[in-house]
Design a protein around this ligand. Sequence first.
Ligand code: NCD
Length: 301
Amino acid sequence: MRHLLGIEELDTDKALALLERAEFHGKAARTGEISPGSLRGKIVVQLFFEASTRTRASFEAAAKRLGADVINLSPSSSSVTKGETLLDTARNLEAMKSHAMVLRHPTSGAPHFLARHLRTSIVNAGDGTHEHPTQALLDAFTIRQRLGRIAGVRVAICGDISHSRVARSNALLLGKLGAEVRVAGPRTLLPPRFGEAFGVRVFDRLEPAMEGADVVMALRIQRERLVGSLLPSTRDYSRSFGITRARMRLAKPGALVMHPGPINRGVELEGALADAPESLVLEQVEAGVAVRAAVLEALES
Ligand code: NCD
């Protein structure tokens, strides 16, 4: 694999191969075995132009498990503050012979732009409202681990669909793997024609979307991307769209709860539910390291 830019560009066989390999890395981590040092002597550069906890740390953990050295750069501590462009910054890092560049950027398409100009492999760690492919892979991995399959599983993705790259990548990947995907959110946070574009059913109320779901995925309101007043108030939002214990009764008995993090407890997800046995939140984080190891290892450069 040359780059991982989005689920759109990833064919189903490749996605399945990555999930298989992630299983190997997940087992190795659980049994305390060291994953093979396939990236020993290589440099992985992390360029994060937006805040991150899980994604950045788990790429770093994965790279280190594979024996790579990791360089972390954020705009505030780099020459971006002196006016250097993204491309110049990336070209300079490439000159240091990096194996891969993991990029998170507020502009949709930023990783695709770098991939057109660099030889180093680019991994998209979230580009604006566009895609977050490794999140979708780790979510698929987590669902399959818990339910033993993805095909035929009904997944309701709930919240700020308009601004969520997680919703887009998940709708694409879970759809490719045969899941029945539904999305739900307030009308102002549902992009036009999302249903046709992503092959999913779209609901402007939570209840019908959650009916019979095997998995309910809650998403944060992307306040940093909201322009104007698309929401009445946080309290109104959580009253109509918050995932609560009571609402989970609409889903299948024993249905699972997911959230990519960071959680705004009591807004999109009831705090107690996030910590309940049916919550996969920390399993998702664990899966993130295994999946990202599989991705870094699969890159050609
Ligand atoms: C998500 C992101 O950055 O898109 N977080 C993550 O990577 N786990 C979701 C979010 O920020 O709400």
